[in-house]
Design a protein around this ligand. Structure first.
Ligand code: HEM
Length: 314
């Protein structure tokens, strides 16, 4: 347990950060203007700016971003926990953006383009898993030093994580409803709950590609949990009959199961880490804690891609 207290360096004076979260006005440059610029600077980076900001700060509102870290205690480990939580939210957002676009591309039968986007999603999933290495440096005692300050805050209330779950296909009305009271979040959450997931769109695409998919898998209440379907498993089984790189649907199946595997590892890592940090204590979000998390580790987004493997013969 850290027995020492944190020294928190001041990096930005929050009083000077421009208000609002709109993109800040800025110009553009071109190859020609950049070539002229380097002539002007003599090849050394520019360090004189007329305004009270600079283009790097303005492009991504970096000063605003770096004033959003507010640990609630003087426990040493809280700053790491706090920042890693924000880093993960940004990674969930990046992950969700790629999955949203993969779904759009699949809807338009652009399988190769969707694969490009899914390959990146896979790398983001791996990065998400590796963030647990940093969180795992928080000891049980270190966490106890600030846990009370979380109040009822819990990752289960992450609307960004819920969007990731929903676009991949893990629909849950109960967990979605936690956001009903947040007017700037709920309409988008409700829309995500009621829309076909990436996997629902893959199944519709398999139907368009001539596989005999059960009508029940093509038109259902999208807010319901996905029920594994025999016709979908049969379609994948037929696709896996030609496991060649020229078979785009086979490659898609392998990418999807790799993504499912990474997310299963993500959940497992969180579950084991939580067991190590809080044992069998209840969660801050009202669940039993590790017992509740244990059942999430068994979830798979694309069940037929797992079950079909039992049928593959040597
Ligand atoms: C000290 C580290 C952590 C502990 C002890 C912990 C504990 C827990 C517990 C007990 C739950 C079950 C729900 C409840 O609170 O009752 C939970 C859920 C969750 N936690 Fe953590 N957590 C930790 C770190 C994190 C971090 C850094 C994130 C990233 C944002 C995170 C994201 C989540 C998510 C998304 C869920 C919901 C899982 C699902 O719906 O499948 N956790 N956590």
């Amino acid at each position: 347990m850290p027995t020492f207290k944190p020294q928190i360096p001041t990096i930005v004076d929050p009083a000077g950060v421009p208000p609002g979260n709109e993109p800040r006005p800025m110009g553009t440059t071109t190859d020609t203007s950049r070539a002229e610029f380097v002539e002007e600077t003599g090849g050394t980076p520019r360090v004189d700016f007329d305004s009270t900001s600079n283009p790097y700060i303005d492009y991504q509102s970096i000063d605003l971003l770096l004033t959003l870290q507010h640990p609630r205690s003087d426990a040493y480990d809280e700053t790491c926990f706090f920042i890693m939580g924000q880093v993960k939210e940004l990674l969930f957002k990046s992950f969700h953006f790629e999955l949203h676009n993969a779904r759009h591309l699949i809807r338009g039968d652009q399988v190769s383009d969707a694969m490009l986007v899914l390959d990146r999603s896979l790398e983001i999933a791996k990065l998400l898993i590796s963030t647990w290495d940093v969180v795992a440096t928080v000891s049980a005692e270190g966490f106890n030093q600030f846990r009370d300050h979380l109040d009822e805050a819990s990752g289960q209330l992450s609307f960004m994580f819920r969007h990731v779950e929903f676009i991949l296909g893990n629909k849950d009305r109960h967990l979605a409803s936690a956001h009903r009271n947040v007017p700037h979040v709920w309409p988008h959450m409700k829309e995500a709950l009621d829309s076909p997931s990436l996997y629902d769109e893959v199944i519709a695409m398999l139907d368009r590609r001539g596989f005999a998919i059960d009508p029940g898998a093509l038109d259902r209440d999208w807010a319901d949990a996905y029920p594994p379907d025999e016709s979908v498993e049969q379609a994948w089984f037929d696709i896996y009959d030609d496991p060649s790189t020229g078979n785009d649907l086979y490659r898609l199946g392998e990418t999807l199961i790799a993504l499912d595997e990474q997310m299963a590892l993500y959940r497992w890592r969180h579950f084991v880490l939580v067991s190590r940090i809080i044992g069998y204590k209840p969660g801050t979000g009202g669940s039993t804690g590790v017992e509740w998390l244990r059942q999430t580790t068994e979830f798979r987004y694309f069940p037929e891609l797992w079950s079909l493997r039992t049928r593959l013969e040597s």
